[in-house]
Ligand binder design. Structure first.
Ligand code: NAD
Length: 409
């Protein structure tokens, strides 16, 4: 398969065939409902005007307003944005969130821009996109954007429309109406799924390896460490560190805060990052980028349980190899849906003006993600398919029902 969009379409087709989804519905979901490519002219610090390319994909809105992230990275492709918008439709449906799937992005390297250039780019994105607000399309953060970018987006939206509407943009700072626990949400959700699956597979308290030690990887590691799991190796773009007795995760987080990388962490030994996924362990958590477990290396993965924190870290061919080997995979659309769940909480809080405590957010997130996990597991067991297929079938059933009720099919 050529790219992540083709892989996403493959997962959709496979689940649709297994459940006998009407071809008309499958066909509709294989293409985004709407997709736009537009340009953003930005005045650079040296006075030049530079044109940036941007995208937004609205996969489907039968299940509610389209929602989710804005990715800024230099090699961004329209296929990636389409795939991510489909994943958001599935993730929202899996987690019982009444929202459709959306995703946006800008082809740019944030590290190559000054703060002023970056701010003008983000504000320009919002002006050119001109989203219609909390009941239609709600942008949020993704790779290359964060709370500050979302604050500028909300400010731009509110200035354009002349009223305050905190629910119109997600992942914003708490002071502008954001939710507590938004930053931790995905990592907490990954850890909750990992613990649930480990308990079922009698791997509780087992040895964990995590690829990627950014927002998701580090929070997941911290939560599992607190629950008594041994994190025996982690990696980031700088390299990998390992310790058979288990890494001291709070100390590693401190080291990364100081140095910006896991490499050089005093009490651990350096490990070859390339072979990290093949480390002897019970639980493997890819939390970096897509397509890292491939047909080529899948046979050497030793973990009995793989929990997909990253989006699409396992190629379909690798998926087949791992399933044949009897490995359990908690798929991305369940495992990393914590961020989407708390974004939904954020929108609810913004609309109701009732802001929740961190404990309430974490407890409700746990309840919601573990229900999604249990439903996917039950569907998989009933049909004798993988948990990935179980989750996709559950999601497609809900989207199908919404389309039927609306009379779209
Ligand atoms: P991040 O940028 O904070 O962290 C990414 C980490 O991966 C960094 O430590 C980086 O050094 C490392 N990395 C990058 N390339 C690597 C490589 N080739 N080998 C090893 N490490 C590498 O990103 P994040 O927010 O933690 O997201 C991680 C993954 O989770 C992404 O795939 C993202 O799409 C997915 N995800 C994130 C969220 C969220 O809420 N942040 C939600 C759903 C899915």
């Amino acid at each position: 398969m050529k790219n992540v969009w083709e892989e996403a379409q493959f997962n959709l087709r496979t689940a649709a065939e297994t459940m006998g989804l009407e071809p008309e519905i499958t066909e509709r979901l294989l293409t985004p409902m709407r997709f736009t490519e537009f340009t953003i002219p930005v005045r650079m610090d040296d006075g030049r005007k530079k044109i940036f390319t941007a995208y937004r994909s609205w996969h489907q809105d039968a299940t509610g307003p389209t929602k989710d992230g804005t990715r800024v990275r230099p090699n961004l492709t329209p296929e990636e944005i389409k795939a991510l918008s489909l994943f958001m439709s599935i993730k929202h449906a899996v987690a019982g969130i009444p929202a459709g799937g959306g995703k946006g992005g800008i082809k740019a390297d944030p590290a190559a821009l000054s703060e002023g250039e970056y701010e003008r780019l983000i504000r320009g994105f919002m002006r050119r996109l001109a989203p219609k607000g909390a009941f239609v399309d709600i942008p949020g953060a993704d790779i290359g954007t964060g709370a500050q970018a979302m604050a500028w987006m909300l400010d731009e939206y509110e200035q354009m429309n002349g009223f305050h509407s905190p629910a119109a943009v997600n992942d914003k700072p708490f002071e502008l109406g954001g939710s507590r626990g938004g930053f931790e949400a995905t990592g907490w959700g990954v850890a909750a799924c990992a613990e649930r699956a480990a308990g079922e597979l009698k791997l509780a308290g087992g040895r964990v390896v995590i690829q990627g030690f950014g927002q998701v990887g580090s929070i997941t590691a911290g939560a599992l460490f607190q629950s008594g799991y041994k994190i025996v190796a982690v990696s980031d773009i700088s390299g990998a560190v390992a310790a058979q007795k288990g890494l001291n995760i709070p100390a590693l987080v401190e080291h990364v805060e100081k140095t910006g990388q896991v490499a050089g962490f005093g009490e651990a030994s350096a490990a070859p990052a390339a072979a990290l996924l093949e480390t002897d362990c019970d639980i493997l958590i890819p939390a970096a980028v897509q397509d890292v477990i491939t047909e080529e290396n899948a046979g050497r993965v030793k973990a009995g349980l793989i929990v997909e924190a990253a989006n699409a870290p396992t190629t379909p061919a690798a998926d087949a190899v791992l399933l044949k080997l009897g490995r359990t995979i908690v798929p991305d659309v369940v495992a990393n849906s914590g961020g989407a769940i708390v974004c939904d909480f954020e929108r609810s809080q913004g609309l109701s003006n009732d802001y929740w405590s961190l404990e309430k957010v974490r407890e409700k997130l746990r309840g919601r993600i573990l229900t999604a996990y249990d439903e996917a597991r039950a569907q998989a067991a009933e049909r004798g398919v993988s948990m990935r297929q179980g989750a996709w079938i559950n999601a497609l059933s809900k989207i199908r029902a919404a389309m039927m009720w609306r009379g779209w099919c």
